[in-house]
Design a protein around this ligand. Structure first.
Ligand SMILES: [Zn+2]
Length: 256
């Protein structure tokens, strides 16, 4: 079944129908979802969703937008949350120079600290990277990640960057943008990256794939991402679904 490795069901855009929607996932062939934290409240909300739904798992951590707001003791709270049996990753962590040009220094510091946090709690991590690829690669290289590595969420960089990420042991997660018209870059990335290194995601409620573009996104639409990858790689959609699910279960150490 489909495995959505990056979703935000705690977002207020799901307030009206969150339970109905999540209860319908099985019927839409969605077998697993990881809900992502961006700060302490959304990390708590991710754990609450994971406790309520057997097929939902949680990631906890600070989005780069929150880097400047971190207070003393916050990492201890995240480290404690990471002990929960349904927390499978630290994230989303990383850099965003598109919105955060004025906080570049503190973002880099917080990114490094959270990679160390992920290592200390022995979990993989999910990376957000926007307009910050060079520094992102530098920090990942310096981090000496060992066996505990990361996944690039909603990968939108070039094939060359994908190659560098793979060399560092990173995984590539593909979202709805691969279906967008004129997105030559992500099409090239999908053709280049071995299917064993690819996972799929929605980043919902954002970035709905074609033909749902512009609507509120949800995991119900993730089949469109699997179909596009199948088309680009000359594979069956079922095979793409099976392999990306296996990749995610192995990477996040999910047994069921
Ligand atoms: Zn996200």
């Amino acid at each position: 079944m489909l495995f959505d490795v990056h979703a935000h069901y705690d977002d207020e855009r799901f307030d009206e129908d969150r339970d109905i929607l999540l209860s319908s996932m099985h019927a839409h062939n969605v077998g697993h979802i990881i809900n992502i934290g961006c700060d302490i409240p959304s990390s708590e909300a991710s754990i609450a969703l994971a406790e309520k739904y057997p097929f939902v798992y949680a990631a906890v951590g600070f989005h780069p937008h929150e880097a400047a707001n971190i207070k003393e003791g916050d990492y201890d709270i995240i480290a404690k949350m990471a002990q929960h049996n349904k927390v499978v990753a630290i994230g989303e962590i990383g850099l965003d120079y598109y919105y955060g040009k004025d906080t570049m220094d503190v973002q880099q510091k917080v990114f490094r600290e959270q990679i160390e946090l992920a290592k200390s709690v022995d979990l993989p991590f999910q990376v957000h990277n926007r307009d910050s690829t060079r520094d992102c690669l530098m920090i990942l290289k310096e981090a000496k990640m060992g066996d505990r590595r990361g996944m690039m969420h909603c990968f939108s960089e070039s094939k060359e960057t994908a190659r560098e990420m793979l060399n560092l042991g990173m995984k590539i997660s593909i979202g709805g943008i691969v279906t967008f018209k004129n997105n030559v870059k992500t099409v090239e990335v999908v053709k280049y990256v071995p299917i064993e290194d690819i996972m799929i995601e929605t980043d919902c409620p954002y970035l709905a794939p074609v033909p749902y573009r512009g609507k509120r996104n949800s995991s119900v639409y993730i089949h469109a991402v699997a179909e596009k990858i199948a088309e680009l790689k000359g594979m069956d959609t079922e095979e793409v679904i099976y392999i990306t699910e296996k990749n995610a279960k192995d990477f996040y150490d999910i047994k069921d």
